[in-house]
Design a protein around this ligand. Structure first.
Ligand code: TXA
Ligand code: MG
Length: 338
């Protein structure tokens, strides 16, 4: 299959027209969002959704997020809209925020991975919402990477993973946030945070009160344990390089990298005082600048052929929780406290 790439920033009308044509025909399209690129298909068409799983090599028990453009599009997807979801939607949507609810019978088991729930997000990206509106369909879309590799933050990375597997990629430039959306379940009370992302735990708690943080956000799931979010049991965000997170001050980090010939994954500016190869992932005091860089940095480490990587440890407050959550998975939970 030939994969066409259309740049929506320069060919807006044609991009919408072609994306809409493919999606209505039951094809899979790579689309930009503000978090990461998605692999989208008509959420109401089981055969189209199955093609997503094939293109990604994704296990069929890992459910997909359904993307909508307007609040009215939510009701048909769910059994009922819980009060707290209404409050959250009003305040945050469109945003990097995915909310899980009991599904309606319009959502097939292919989308929900056989769960009785459905995850729904209204993306902030104008391009993403324009594509949803153009085809008039809710779009099931996971991140547009091959299963197991880091989520793509630009169209080139989507092409690297999906060339020959899907007919069309819409290029909308770099993703502003750079890590996947916050996932929170309202299928239980108090709600449960399954994946930290662009809407922070602190912001949400301030609005709706108690939120349980699922164990898998910060810890490795025990062998055989049931995951609240199936995606969390799979190896994720992993580059080929072997990464260890170093919890220490910068001087200790520096001597460790230099004495052991490691490649450093460090904060902006720190590379200037390192004599080893280094890749940076944002400002030490700014979780959003770290999230915007993290997945690109992981792919750059692979492009450099780095084998042994030592990573600086981010703060876990605010957006830092999402950055830390992705980095511990990229490292296979290897953390050295010095
Ligand atoms: O930012 C994002 O969320 C991106 C863009 C494309 O919107 N999408 C994304 O999708 O990251 P994906 O499939 O890579 O991650 C969705 C996560 C998975 O861990 C999945 O297991 C979980 O959400 N999930 C989806 N539906 C669920 C459900 N009904 N119950 C529990 N977890 C669910
Ligand atoms: Mg993913």
């Amino acid at each position: 299959m030939k994969t066409e790439v259309i740049n929506i920033t320069t060919e807006y009308e044609r991009a919408l027209e072609e994306a809409s044509k493919c999606l209505k025909n039951g094809e899979v399209v790579g689309i930009p969002t503000e978090t990461v690129y998605g692999l989208a298909a008509n959420a109401f068409d089981e055969d189209a959704v199955r093609k997503i799983f094939v293109a990604k090599g994704r296990p069929s028990d890992n459910p997909l997020i359904v993307h909508i453009a307007k609040l009215e599009d939510l009701a048909p997807l769910v059994e009922e809209i819980p009060e707290k979801v209404k409050i959250m939607a009003e305040k945050f949507w469109p945003a990097a925020l995915t909310m899980i609810m009991k599904k309606s019978d319009k959502i097939s088991n292919v989308v929900s991975g056989n769960l009785p729930t459905v995850a729904v997000r209204m993306p902030k990206s104008d391009y993403a919402r324009a594509i949803i509106e153009a085809c008039g369909l809710p779009l099931a879309a996971p991140s547009a990477n091959l299963s197991g590799s880091p989520s793509p933050t630009n169209a080139k990375y989507v092409y690297d993973d999906m060339n020959g597997r899907i007919p069309l990629i819409i290029d909308g430039g770099n993703c502003e946030i750079g890590v996947e959306s916050t996932v929170i379940s309202f299928a239980e009370n108090p709600p449960r945070l399954l994946r930290p992302g662009g809407v922070t735990l602190e912001e949400m708690t301030e609005l709706i009160g108690e939120i349980v943080v699922d164990d898998a956000v910060l810890n490795k799931l025990e062998e055989g344990a049931t995951a609240s979010s199936p995606g969390m049991k799979y190896k994720h965000y992993a580059p080929s390089a072997d990464i260890t997170i170093i919890k220490s001050d910068f001087d200790t980090f520096k001597s460790l990298c230099e004495s052991e010939n490691a490649t450093a994954l460090c904060f902006d500016g720190e590379e200037k005082s390192l004599s080893c190869p280094a890749v940076t992932y944002g400002d030490i005091n700014d979780g959003f600048s770290q999230s915007a860089r993290l997945f690109d940095a992981l792919r750059e480490l692979d492009e450099m052929g780095a084998t042994k990587v030592y990573a600086r440890c981010p703060d876990t407050k605010g957006m830092g929780l999402a950055v830390y959550n992705r980095l511990i998975r990229a490292s296979g939970f290897k953390i050295k406290v010095i």
